[in-house]
Design a protein around this ligand. Structure first.
Ligand SMILES: *[C@@H]1O[C@H](CO)[C@@H](O)[C@H](O)[C@H]1NC(C)=O
Ligand SMILES: [Cu+2]
Length: 325
């Protein structure tokens, strides 16, 4: 499937060329940095002659929005053990992992990354992590390209042991200035992967009830029908991700792991901080270094979004689009 869109904004013309290899999918899953093997613990991606594994889901009303094409109720062949508080990594590629020049996700694709968790087989998703918004026009997808496709998510330390499904997601906004319901040829693109994990050495906290897919997103949500080009040529228009807020219990874990943010966060969540500190002082110290960076990024994103002036919508004057089968 070849696709070429030319977007003319005022005097500026952007040509976005994308082929089948412009999209993305998850090839590998890691537990605390250890690769579990190709496709292991990942629901097998559907594909046929008209649908490649890396194609995006676009209709948020479809069952496919849950775990990808025809994957709403499938299961992975294997379940991977993940200790509570451990880090899982989803490795994304546009073509194959073996391809040394794989671009992870096409450079035209910008948007947030999100992760949800649900009790296995239930359709009750709790958001545990997101890298939403942008810093000076740099998005999660841009960072992902630099990190060779590796998306890291911490499984909440407090979470009860048991079997869970993890839903990793990237939303690409290069065509989401159009609302999919009005123009199904364009709209936001959702790249979704579901994984089967068994949380071990968990805490005492059950997941709160989550959101359903479909159901959680609407095509008209601000974080879905979003004009990436509103501040053209910088892609830094303020952004709010769709779906629920990140689960607080996940934040508790994140707070203890992010000393740079401690001053601010402590005032917000003194109880939580104290709890975690008394429980695991050793773990806290060990992880200080890695997480300082993340904390800085997160707060930068928020500040950037907060200080931005209201969005000025630059009108897209002309949108020419050619789709070749
Ligand atoms: C390798 O990746 C690049 C960039 O995604 C792509 O253009 C090329 O076709 C890929 N090669 C193979 C053999 O898949
Ligand atoms: Cu794409």
């Amino acid at each position: 499937m070849k696709l070429l869109s030319t977007i003319t904004t005022g005097a500026l013309t952007v040509a976005l060329a994308a082929a089948a290899n412009a999209h993305t999918y998850v090839t590998n899953f890691y537990v605390n940095g250890v690769d579990q093997g190709n496709d292991v613990c990942i629901r097998p991606y559907y594909w046929d002659q008209n649908w490649w594994k890396n194609f995006p889901i676009k209709d948020v009303r479809s069952d496919d929005i849950r775990c990808g094409k025809k994957n709403a109720n499938t299961v992975a062949a294997k379940t991977c053990n993940v200790p509570a508080g451990g880090t899982i990594t989803l490795e994304w590629h546009a073509t194959t992992r073996a391809n040394a020049t794989d671009d992870i996700i096409h450079i035209s694709h910008h948007g947030p990354c999100l992760a949800y968790i649900s009790p296995a087989g239930k359709n009750s998703w709790v958001k545990i992590w997101e890298d939403a918004g942008n810093t000076g026009g740099e998005w999660c997808t841009d960072r992902l390209r630099k990190k060779k496709g590796k998306m890291e998510v911490v499984i909440p330390k407090a979470l009860k042991s048991g079997k869970y499904d993890v839903r990793g997601e990237i939303i690409a906004h290069h065509e989401s200035d159009a609302n999919y319901l009005e123009n199904p040829a364009r709209g936001a693109q959702f790249y979704v992967a579901c994984l089967s994990i068994s949380v071990t050495n968990g805490g005492s906290t059950s997941l709160p009830s989550g959101v359903a897919f479909p159901g959680a997103y609407k095509a008209t949500d601000k974080g879905i029908h979003y004009n990436l080009y509103a501040h053209w040529p910088t892609l830094d228009a303020p952004y709010t991700s769709p779906g629920p807020k990140v689960w607080k219990s996940s934040n508790v874990v994140a707070t203890t792991k992010k000393p740079a943010a401690t001053t601010k966060k402590t005032t917000q969540k003194p109880v939580a901080t104290t709890k975690m500190t008394t429980r695991k002082p050793a773990a806290r110290t060990t992880r200080k270094v890695t997480t300082t960076r993340k904390a800085t990024k997160v707060s930068t994103t928020r500040k950037a979004a907060a200080t931005k002036a209201p969005v000025k919508v630059v009108k897209v004057i002309k949108v020419i689009r050619v789709v070749k089968a």
